[in-house]
Design a protein around this ligand. Structure first.
Ligand code: GLC
Length: 577
């Protein structure tokens, strides 16, 4: 949690889970080496608003994605996770849905969607869509009805607290300018609940009618042929609707109070039975709860809920003043051990809610940007679990470099700015803080080439292009065999060709080393060693392994040493036998 008290990382502990209908219901202990397409996949996350604009309105669109499908294919990835593209007034860039069965006007039409999906499938790429059903937009017809009268049949689609009962017990809102999750609505003299912004009222999952509506929406998209769902903020969906008072200061650890409450597992089992089990889809949800037990319960196939855990503990490690490599190793190792025999993990260090990978976990100075970006990519692609990789990181795109609040667009960043101002905080310090951590850092337009607006749009981009686009862009990296882009392709290919990198046992070596991260991956007699230097100086990894006969499969530098000596941000993958 930051000094500014709003976690820029949205969900402090999270889970991304998936489910197919192809037999994993019979998983038992030791299921971790059962082959599944979603375990072997590399997921590439596309943030549609910032990917590619074709109609010149400055906002990315589906036609833009269609025009870049060959690029996505060339990366070697198998699955695209697309952030929300549904009808939305865009208070939170599509995470406030006003029409679940249509495409956001800015993004195009349903015909565009059908063309895009077909284009992906023709290329062997699967599509996972974001499903935002912890809340809707306040402009959704359900909410308009719900707020219109206490007697309206849609009243129970949301959480209301009648004002004659007094003020409801405090609930923390992540995005509200006062962090107050209850919003008074004079029309019916009642408060409604919104864990996120005022324009994102929380849906009432206790209502079977609401649940049936959601399952219908899911079927609508599954019938169109999509390959999976990412369930946004879903660990928060179930609430104790008696709304007991929480202890003072609960918001410092709100996931304890909001995560995995009530009948969440029951809802997931029902969703599985009604939708997920009927289609060959993978479903991906956000929110792991607070304990390994929570996470295991979600992904225990015998419970017929979900498959793949997406835990946020690691992304929280990076702070403006750096982070401890030992801490990073401990978090990844702890989660790996908890999932040794059962369940499956997602591996990621960045997404649309985080600042840029290389700026947070690597070193974005001109001298080390490429090496550190490649090193982090090596890490993500060589861990056990399904890698989730955020668009633009393959180019080593950096934080935005914004210096004034007018540059930002994110509802969370802007509301928190206002709040800090209201309480008389040091605004220069806040600006410095968001330059490191705001979600907008990861949302600047994709840097396609060195032409105006980085080739993203011919119009005025909805958010400024990073000024370094002439140096960092896909077109120039295509031409350079040693670029971060081409390195990404190599490491993805290596993973795809080596099941040991997907299923192999992970063993940490040299834990106490504060500079390097070393581990082996082993499967059926094949053993790989991965050495990573997280520092800007040459360092020695002390593995105790004789590397003189090892084969080097890949490195981010030419001619890496076979002594364990690593150049600044060096990364080497060895085969040991
Ligand atoms: C999730 C999304 C985030 C969004 C929030 C509210 O955390 O990843 O972008 O703002 O939910 O929907």
């Amino acid at each position: 949690m930051s000094n500014f008290f709003t976690p820029l990382i949205i969900v402090a502990a999270g889970l991304l889970v998936s489910k197919t209908c192809t037999g994993q219901n019979n998983r038992t202990a030791k299921d971790t080496t059962d082959r599944k397409w979603w375990k072997e996949a590399v997921v590439y996350q596309v943030y549609p608003r910032s990917f590619k604009d074709m109609d010149g309105d400055g906002i990315g669109d589906l036609k833009g994605i269609i025009s870049k499908l060959d690029y996505i294919k060339s990366l070697g990835v198998d699955v695209v996770w697309l952030n929300p593209i549904y009808g939305s007034p865009n208070d939170d860039n599509g995470y406030d849905v006003s029409d679940y069965r249509n495409i956001m006007k800015d993004f195009g039409t349903m015909d565009d969607f059908d063309t895009m999906l077909k284009g992906m499938h023709t290329r062997g790429i699967k599509l996972v869509m974001d499903l935002v059903v912890n809340h809707s937009s306040d402009e959704h017809e359900w909410f308009k009805q719900s707020r219109s009268s206490r007697k309206n049949p849609y009243r129970e689609y949301y959480h209301w607290w009648n004002a004659e009962k007094g003020k409801p017990p405090y609930r923390y809102s992540l995005f509200d300018v006062n962090h107050d999750a209850w919003r008074y609505d004079s029309l019916t003299n009642a408060y409604y609940l919104h864990y996120f912004s005022r324009k994102q009222p929380d849906l009432n999952w206790e209502n079977p009618k609401l649940r049936a509506e959601v399952y219908d929406i899911m079927k609508f998209w599954a019938d169109k042929g999509i390959d999976g769902f990412r369930l946004d903020a879903f660990q928060f969906a179930a609430k104790d609707t008696t709304f007991p008072a929480f202890p003072n200061g609960f918001e410092r650890d709100f996931t304890q109070y909001y995560g995995m409450q009530g009948n969440l597992h029951g809802y997931l089992q029902e969703m599985n039975q009604e939708v997920l089990s009927k289609y060959n889809v993978m479903s991906v949800a956000e929110g792991a709860g607070n304990t390994f037990e929570d996470a295991h319960n979600l992904v225990d196939a015998n419970r017929n809920e979900l498959n793949m855990a997406y835990a946020f503990e690691a992304v929280d490690i990076a702070k403006p003043d750096g982070y401890s490599v030992v801490h990073l190793k401990d978090v990844f190792t702890k989660w790996d051990s908890a999932f040794t025999d059962k369940g499956w993990l997602s591996i990621f260090l960045a997404n649309h809610d985080q600042a840029r990978l290389v700026s947070r976990f690597g070193n974005d100075s001109p001298q080390f940007r490429e090496a550190s970006s490649k090193m982090l990519t090596t890490f993500i692609m060589t861990m056990r679990g399904t890698p989730y990789y955020y668009n633009g990181d393959e180019l080593g795109m950096t934080n935005a470099g914004f210096t004034k609040i007018e540059d930002y667009r994110d509802v969370q960043t802007l509301n928190e700015y206002q709040r800090q101002k209201n309480i008389g905080a040091d605004m220069q310090a806040y600006l410095k803080f968001i330059a490191f951590s705001s979600r907008d850092n990861g949302r600047t337009p994709f840097q396609w080439d060195a032409t105006q607006n980085s080739g993203f749009t011919k119009g005025t981009p909805w958010i400024n292009v990073n000024s370094n686009y002439k140096t960092i862009n896909a077109a120039s990296q295509e031409k350079d065999p040693n670029s971060t882009l081409n390195y990404f392709r190599k490491v993805v290919k290596l993973r795809k060709n080596n099941p040991v990198l997907v299923y192999g046992k992970y063993t940490l070596i040299d834990r106490e080393n504060p500079d390097t991260y070393a581990y082996t991956r082993e499967l059926n007699g094949k053993k790989l060693l991965i050495l990573l230097n997280f520092k800007n100086k040459a360092m020695n990894a002390k593995t105790g392994i004789d590397l003189s006969k090892a084969t080097i499969l890949l490195s981010n530098y030419d001619k890496p040493s076979n002594t364990g000596r690593l150049r600044p941000y060096g990364a080497v993958i060895y085969e040991l036998n």
